[in-house]
Design a protein around this ligand. Structure first.
Ligand code: FAD
Length: 297
């Protein structure tokens, strides 16, 4: 899949080798009061008097891999930008921030329902000193970068939902052929058969939608095709809902055992929920899709 890189040549030369080695990157747009409404962010950036660096203040939230990461793409509003305070997202600027920068601290780590092997935390910025050469594109040009990243990463979350659904379905299928009740494998009881057939169908449909979104993205970047926002949102919406529905059915197929940690389906069930929330909630995907289809009228 194509990866969109916004950095200039100097930034790519410095940071891409780091990310290609053992360093992790993280994406920090959200704040406590600015999730869906990302433009409401309150983190601020002020250019230093000698013009060599920005000083960032505020607190970011919900940063996936925020504890383990070394490099962050982090968004804050440049208070000196002419659009600051004029447009809602005015002044939004994307910065490359390193964990070692002065004034940067990793804050509270969240205790989550699922995806517990990936850390999620707040980042605290107290006059965090970021060199001017670490601005992506230009000051005030951050909001389109944030939105563009979401269009692309939604396909990744759709693929995550698909993987969870596939895992849950396979566990349920295997179990249904091993577990006997009333003298036959439960897979031979028609209601269980019906669940399995529906699960298989949903997973297949989700897979095709993920592939279609990835293909549309490729066409957009390499063959002048239309932008993939609608397809990415549709895939994320459908695969996220599929992950939730299939993993819940899988717990049901396993009965009491599905409710324990002895089998993986309870984990799939807990992990599925996040695919309906991050990278834009399901409600947001519907807004994106509705906006796109209204152009067809
Ligand atoms: C585990 C986890 C990891 C995350 N990782 C990252 C990350 O790495 N980087 C990052 O920047 N963010 C990350 N996020 C943040 C995530 O993207 C937000 O939580 C998400 O966008 C929702 O924002 P919110 O939590 O503020 O909910 P809110 O925006 O407060 O929404 C609450 C509810 O209201 C609905 N709603 C809001 N506005 C509308 C509207 N206009 N129309 C209809 N319904 C609406 C929402 O759909 C939702 O149901 C992560 C979140 C979690 C939980």
């Amino acid at each position: 899949m194509t990866i969109t890189l916004h950095g200039n040549e100097q930034q790519k030369a410095k940071y891409l080798p780091m990310l290609a080695s053992d360093k992790l990157g993280a994406y920090s747009l959200s704040e406590a009061g600015a999730g869906t409404d990302a433009a409401a962010m309150s983190c601020k950036a002020k250019l230093s008097e000698d013009g060599t660096h920005y000083l960032l203040t505020g607190e970011k939230m919900w940063v996936t891999n925020g504890v383990s990461a070394d490099i962050y793409v982090l968004f804050a509003k440049d208070v000196d930008h002419p659009d600051y305070g004029v447009k809602k997202h005015g002044g939004t600027t994307a910065f490359i921030v390193e964990k070692t920068f002065e004034g940067f601290t990793v804050g509270k780590k969240e205790d989550k329902l699922g995806i517990r092997s990936s850390d999620t935390c707040t980042l605290v910025l107290e006059n965090c000193k970021v060199p001017v050469e670490n601005v992506l594109k230009a000051p005030g040009k951050g909001f389109p970068i944030a939105m563009n990243a979401l269009d692309n990463s939604r396909i990744g979350i759709a693929a995550q939902g698909l993987g969870i659904a596939q895992g849950a379905y396979e566990s349920a299928l295997k179990y249904a052929h091993e577990r006997e009740a009333f003298g036959v494998p439960i897979a031979r009881h028609q209601m269980i058969t019906s669940y399995l057939a529906d699960m298989a169908t949903q997973v297949e449909a989700a897979r095709l939608m993920v592939y279609k979104a990835a293909w549309t993205k490729e066409q957009h970047y390499h063959h002048n095709g239309h932008r993939h926002s609608k397809e990415a949102s549709m895939a994320k919406l459908f695969a996220g809902d599929t992950a939730m529905w299939v993993s819940e059915r899988a717990v049901q197929v396993l009965g009491g055992y599905g409710y324990t940690t002895d089998f993986p389906v309870e984990r799939f069930f807990r992990d599925a929920k996040i695919t309906q929330i991050y990278e834009g909630t399901q409600e947001v995907q519907k807004l994106v899709i509705a906006r796109a289809i209204s152009k067809d009228v």
